[in-house]
Design a protein around this ligand. Structure first.
Ligand SMILES: Nc1ncnc2c1ncn2[C@@H]1O[C@H](COP(=O)(O)OP(=O)(O)O)[C@@H](O)[C@H]1O
Ligand SMILES: [Mg+2]
Length: 448
């Protein structure tokens, strides 16, 4: 046999031998469960990495998934992803390799899934797809495509006075029951997007069904993906579901689609992280929130927005709960600093039946001037000025303490107020497109 023939034979045999190694079962080092404290599991006896996924054996012989969230010397702290059951002292804990991944594909469109990417509705199981990691992809902020195109959200007050751009990230901030979810529903119904990703995180379970039936028409449902982790899910599952929403939205954005991501609510995400951090013994800093909460918020919110690609956008809208109507709430404060705009809803307006209860003077869209024409910005500023002038004298009016004729600016505000108010109100089942919003705004000032 020639020298080269022998060489190639040897190479083939070597390759065969290497390939067969894959199928040889390798003994795994496993750990043991030593303590369960609330939701926190403690395991020893193996090298666990932070954020590593593990399987924990139960008395019934099942394996439940848990994740390493911290350690102390040789003890690893794990949290289960699902509800606990059947754990016992000395149960096997098997560390798994690799990041958390999901198989993503177009089959997800029109479906409701849980935080692990499994169907939550009665539809068929997903087959195949692209395996993607839940880890964020870093985007160089300097290379992000700027926000410069207005997005029609179908809500007059927002289109006209708080214009949102494609790729912008905004927060809807209010106390409970002021209308965040309803406003988010209106935006979902009326916004033009190729793909809509809705994350319902930590809210009431019954809201999931309501949201789908009330806000998504059969057409919209076909391009929507709902990712849900109701309040009774474990904190880890709520975190997973949040990351999954962002990953799914990024996936479609990177395929050149215009994606709208809606998340109700960001506060429940922060609370899930708070639950985990407090069980690990991290000291609470601001209103019971440990510092780690405020470091994961920017990491999450920076994932939304445009990418370096010329095509595809990811506009994100988060609801943020202002506990006790407190706009100084630490999560509200932190979100306001990171996001490109905030729409504040006022309980006072809601109590008067003024819906959507947008407090126009407390709200701002930081990308508005970049995506609208100058004349639009000017008129919108005039509107705000009139509205704030009116608020100055509002209290005096019923008491007869305001005398017209002294300050023309204030007189104009009082005279215009009914028009301003009518402009801001809109029934939840009505859409007002971008063009109409602008025309109506301009007309209001022409009549002066
Ligand atoms: N645009 C609206 N029109 C009429 N009623 C509204 C509107 N927005 C909110 N509401 C009322 O307020 C309630 C609470 O709204 P919701 O959006 O669930 O509050 P949040 O999500 O802020 O807790 C609704 O059930 C509804 O009765
Ligand atoms: Mg709500």
């Amino acid at each position: 046999m020639s020298q080269s023939g022998m060489n190639s034979q040897l190479t083939d045999r070597l390759n065969d031998a290497i390939a067969s190694l894959d199928s040889v079962p390798v003994a795994r080092v496993t750990g043991r469960l030593v303590k369960v404290n609330g939701l926190m599991l403690q395991a020893v006896g193996c090298r666990f990495k932070l954020e590593q996924r593990c399987l924990v054996e139960t008395a019934e012989g099942d394996m439940i998934e848990a994740q390493v969230v911290g350690f102390d010397h040789t003890i690893a702290y794990l949290m289960p992803i699902r509800r606990l059951g059947g754990l016992f002292a000395g149960a096997k804990v098997v560390p798994l390799d690799g990041d958390s991944t999901v198989l993503l594909s177009h089959q997800w469109l029109g479906r409701v899934v849980n935080g692990l990417g499994e169907p939550f509705d009665d539809g068929p199981a997903f087959k195949g797809g692209d395996r993607v990691s839940l880890e964020p992809k870093q985007i160089n902020p300097l290379k992000r495509r700027p926000v410069d195109t207005p997005l029609d959200v179908g809500v007059r007050a927002i289109n006209g006075l708080l214009t949102v751009g494609k790729g912008q990230r905004i927060g809807l901030m209010a106390g409970s029951g002021v209308g965040k979810s309803v406003l988010m529903g209106m935006i979902t119904q009326n916004t033009e997007a190729d793909v809509i990703v809705v994350g319902l995180i930590g809210e009431r379970g019954r809201e999931v069904r309501e949201f789908v039936e009330r806000n998504l028409s059969p057409e919209a449902r076909k391009k929507a993906i709902m990712i849900v982790a109701p309040a009774d899910e474990s904190p880890l599952m709520r975190l997973r579901a949040t990351l999954l929403c962002h990953r799914v939205a990024e996936y479609f954005r990177d395929q050149g689609k215009d994606v709208l991501l809606l998340m109700d609510s960001l506060t429940r995400y922060a609370m899930a992280q708070r639950e985990i951090a407090l069980s690990l013994g991290e000291p609470p800093a601001s209103r019971g929130y440990p510092p780690s909460v405020f470091s994961i918020l920017p990491q999450l919110l920076e994932r939304a927005g445009n990418s370096e690609n010329q095509h595809g956008s990811l506009t994100a809208i988060y609801t943020v709960l202002a506990e006790g109507d407190d706009q100084q709430d630490p999560v509200v404060d932190s979100a306001r600093a990171i996001l490109d705009g905030h729409v504040v809803l006022s309980r006072q307006l809601a109590e008067q039946g003024h819906y959507p209860a947008i407090d126009i003077n407390a709200s701002i869209s930081r990308c508005m001037s970049a995506c609208t024409q100058e004349v639009h910005t000017t008129v919108s500023n005039q509107f705000r000025q009139l509205y704030s002038n009116y608020l100055q004298v509002k209290e005096l009016l019923p008491l007869g303490g305001y005398q017209p004729g002294q300050d023309p600016e204030l007189d104009k505000a009082v005279q215009m107020y009914p028009l301003l108010k009518a402009y801001l109100q809109q029934p939840a089942n009505q859409a007002v497109d971008y063009r109409t919003s602008l025309t109506e705004l301009a007309q209001m000032f022409q009549s002066l």
